[in-house]
Ligand binder design. Sequence first.
Ligand code: IMP
Ligand code: MG
Length: 171
Amino acid sequence: MNVLLEADQIQRRIAELAAQIEGDYPPDEEVHLVGVLKGGFVFMADLVRAMSARVTLDFIAVSSYQQSTKSSGEVRLIKDVDTRLEGRHVIIVEDIVDTGLTLTYLQDILRARAPRTLRTACLLSKPSRRLVDVKVDYIGFTIEDKFVIGYGLDFAEKYRNLPHIAAMDEA
Ligand code: IMP
Ligand code: MG
């Protein structure tokens, strides 16, 4: 396992992203973050704690059916948000954008709820793997096409608890 991003490097970047987000919305208006379970939970926890008291949050859960050979693009909603998004400033908070299929699906279903604004924040981006051109407004780090674990990201449900992000060893 080789470490790509150290814990303190991630924290510094999150502080920058939080400052950028804070500056992008009028100070007196609420910002509602929708975290994507499960991978986005650690990023979400650190991002909201770097933001001001006007932030509110919720979670959504999806599962993607992806065979190893092809990305079917089938995404299934496992858990919806609990609160209405209409008229609110909504930011989707996701761990990683890979093919872009998951985020495209999420943006489509959340946009249909008529939020006042809809943006997306992703800790990691693997642009070389993109199949659809999805707009991500806030990106923490752009990485190479390597399978990564830690800081919320799993391999077979393990390693989500690592404080850093590491690349899995090539088989
Ligand atoms: P996309 O729909 O292909 O963009 O896939 C996004 C989802 O695939 C993410 O939410 C992750 O759950 C998962 N994923 C993509 N790349 C990685 C990786 O390198 N490590 C762990 N999970 C990944
Ligand atoms: Mg995920």
